[in-house]
Design a protein around this ligand. Structure first.
Ligand code: ASP
Length: 354
């Protein structure tokens, strides 16, 4: 009897162990596309301010993130290694096309993109409009180089990998993970030149938070993106030039004329207040728009939207209001919009939709 009991206990232990093995959750397969930035930056010492962006490879960055391989099966690809002040549409098109190639594969569950923070919001918004998948695409950077005392890159990267493997990230468009916060591409903006807590989503709020790999989800972006977006870059090799003209006291109207003369196919005004500019600039903007170079009125103010026909009669002047997009994101949308001919009404509609 004692022998039989022992046998039964042994059998039970085997069954329980078998179930434990069977219940181990499958690790997601994540591909990291590295483009450079401070997260890949290096300095000669841990406390100096000066450093070089985009100096460290993705393999070296991953070595500094203990536990990353417990979260996911990871493959890294070095697409570029630049400070994001040198990011270009050429590199962004390469990244977008690679994502669209990778995500349909059953062997890829999510993408992480390492990127500098200077232009992170523009790249995130661009990818948000041209990636054709509901699978997670998560961008990540850091404010301190990899060699700094208290570098923020390793934990940001750990969290980004966790978010990319989290089912809750699906269908929210391109996300940005920085300093424990998860931002949607439409809403985030960089607010401090140097502080670690630089990114905010001031109007729409956070998509969620992530603490040591555990995500908690708040908002689902309502603006159109990814699989619902009409923009297709499959056969696109370059984007039309769009210039941003800054608004200020006594701004010279010829800044707008010279953008047109220098080949801009579209112009975004980083206007004062509700997308305003002085009278001479309004006339120059209207002239440009009526001559076939669309002008979008955005604002240099950090929050709030630019309304159509509020202080300026956009209908008469032929101008477009950027709605909630800041100048740098309005420029991305206008560049993509200019890939095909659109009426002023259609153009305005895009700014209400994306
Ligand atoms: N200049 C750097 C870059 O954008 C700054 C950073 O990554 O934080 O690449």
């Amino acid at each position: 009897m004692r022998l039989l009991n022992g046998f039964m206990v042994g059998l039970l232990a085997l069954v329980v162990a078998g179930q434990a093995v069977a219940q181990q959750p499958k690790k997601p397969n994540i591909v990291i596309l590295a483009t450079g930035g401070t997260i890949a930056g290096a300095a000669a010492s841990g406390t100096q301010a000066g450093y070089t962006s985009g100096a460290v490879t993705i393999d070296a960055m991953l070595k500094a993130v203990p536990g990353a391989t417990d979260l996911a099966n990871i493959k890294g690809e070095q697409i570029a290694n630049v400070g994001s002040q040198d990011m270009s549409f050429e590199v962004l098109l390469k990244v977008a096309k690679r994502i669209n190639e990778l995500l349909p594969s059953p062997d890829v569950d999510g993408i992480v993109i390492t990127h500098g923070t200077d232009t992170l919001e523009e790249s995130a918004f661009f990818l948000n409009l041209v990636v054709k998948s509901d699978e997670p695409v998560v961008m990540v950077g850091s404010m301190r180089p990899s060699t700094a005392v208290s570098a923020d890159g390793p934990l940001n990267l750990y969290n980004a990998i966790a978010v990319a493997g989290d089912a809750g990230a699906k269908g929210r468009g391109v996300l940005v993970v920085m300093n424990d916060w998860i931002h949607a591409a439409h809403s985030l903006t960089k607010t401090s030149t140097t502080a670690v807590q630089t990114f905010l989503s001031p109007v729409r709020g956070l998509a969620g938070i992530v603490a040591y790999g555990k995500s908690d989800w708040y908002n689902t972006p309502t603006w159109r993106h990814t699989t619902k977006s009409e923009f297709d870059i499959t056969n696109v090799t370059a984007l039309p030039r769009v210039d941003i003209v800054y608004g200020y006291v006594d701004m010279p109207a010829d800044a707008i004329d010279s953008a047109v003369r220098n080949g801009a196919k579209g112009i975004v005004i980083a206007g004062v207040g509700n997308g305003n500019m002085n009278a001479a600039s309004v006339q120059a903007a209207s002239r440009a728009a009526k001559a076939g170079v669309p002008v979008v009125r955005s604002s240099r103010v950090a929050t709030g939207s630019v309304g159509r026909n509020v202080e300026l009669k956009d209908d008469e002047l032929g101008l477009t209001a950027s709605d909630e997009l800041n100048p740098q994101k309005a420029r991305i949308l206008l560049s993509l919009a200019l890939l095909q001919k659109r009426t002023p009404e259609q153009l305005q509609q895009l700014f209400y939709t994306y």
